[in-house]
Design a protein. Structure first.
Length: 339
């Protein structure tokens, strides 16, 4: 079984650093090669040297982007920030590797073979395509396998240290579903009742004022509490009058834009002002709102579970890294990385 198939792979996905191996992108980025760096010792992690060139390689495109800025404070800050993020990634990696060795959780050659095979499958690579991808990243097979082993070792440590802490209950799933309806809904719809008063073609100003006054009196009746459907049956001249003005569920794009805007601006129970559109005046009442195509809880719960496990695992991963750093001797040697 490869890490991609293991249930707690989300622990790796929650890591802030992008993997060095071409495991994630289908089209690997070009080799990160900032201008030639005069190598120096950037930091010591439990006495183990981290070089500036290693950080430059790890920072990759972020450092290249910073170097394209005009010389000055903004460029210096961007370069330092890119190198600092790379240093944090390298420190976490070194500490997880040391923990893997301590716990005797290092990946076997068979596990690495399976992980490489899975990377090829997910990226639709054959051997030749993988070789080209590695060449573009400036890696050979040995370096690539070392990267895969490092990621697998980190995964094993995280699985060992964190798996008992990640707990997602059915109540957690239900609470998330109910508090994030926008993530599971579809297109917005409104259930509408409607009163329509026509205006004759070429209506004079006096005729328009007469119909407007009639609609104003109707609105006053509705606002004093008269039943909309009863009033609609009495006064509406629209085709839905016999059904109490019931237009059913409407979605955007199905009625004239002015009418759509008036209806969708309302909350349940609200009345629109008179709207002039087409051959007359309209008043709407929205009875309900919903998102059509809403996914049921049963359909969505495994997706929610994966999200919450990922979220918890990311938090526990950061806590584990912080604990390892507290117990480690980390010395930063470059002044720009100490800020």
């Amino acid at each position: 079984m490869t890490p991609a198939a293991l249930p707690l792979l989300v622990l790796l996905a929650a890591a802030p650093a992008a993997p060095a191996a071409p495991a994630a992108p289908a089209t690997p980025p070009p080799a990160a090669a900032p201008h030639q760096v005069v190598d120096r010792v950037a930091a010591l992690v439990n006495g183990e040297v981290v070089t500036l060139s290693e950080l430059a390689d790890r920072a990759g495109p972020a450092l290249l982007k910073a170097e394209q800025l005009s010389p000055g404070p903004e460029r210096d800050q961007a370069q330092a920030a890119a190198l600092k993020r790379a240093l944090d990634d390298v420190i976490a990696e070194r500490l997880l590797q040391a923990k893997a060795a301590e716990l005797q959780l290092e990946a076997t050659e068979q596990q690495i073979d399976e992980a490489v095979a899975d990377i090829k499958k997910r990226n639709d690579f054959d051997d030749a395509a993988l070789e080209r991808a590695l060449k573009e990243q400036g890696l050979d097979r040995a370096a690539f396998r070392a990267n895969v082993k490092r990621e697998y070792d980190a995964f094993l440590v995280l699985q060992y240290e964190v798996r008992s802490k990640v707990k997602v209950s059915d109540d957690d799933l239900r609470n998330y579903y109910q508090s994030h309806p926008q993530e599971f809904g579809g297109e917005d719809e409104v259930k509408v009742r409607h009163i329509f008063l026509p205006l004759p073609d070429g209506a004079t100003k006096a005729q328009q004022e007469k119909v407007q006054e009639q609609m104003t009196r109707i609105l006053q009746r509705l606002k004093t509490g008269e039943d909309f459907s009863a009033v609609a049956r009495e006064v509406s001249k629209g085709p839905s009058a016999a059904e109490g003005g019931d237009l059913g569920w409407l979605r955007r794009g199905t009625i004239e834009k002015a009418l759509e805007d008036a209806a969708f601006a309302l909350k349940p129970g609200e009345l629109s002002p008179p709207v002039r559109a087409g051959p007359g005046l309209h008043v709407f009442k929205v009875e309900e709102r919903r998102a059509s195509g809403t996914r049921s809880f049963e359909d969505a719960k495994e997706e929610i579970r994966a999200h919450l496990v990922d979220q918890q695992a990311g938090t526990y991963r950061q806590q584990l890294i912080a604990e390892l750093r507290r117990d480690a001797l980390v010395e930063t040697k470059l002044p720009e990385l100490q800020k």
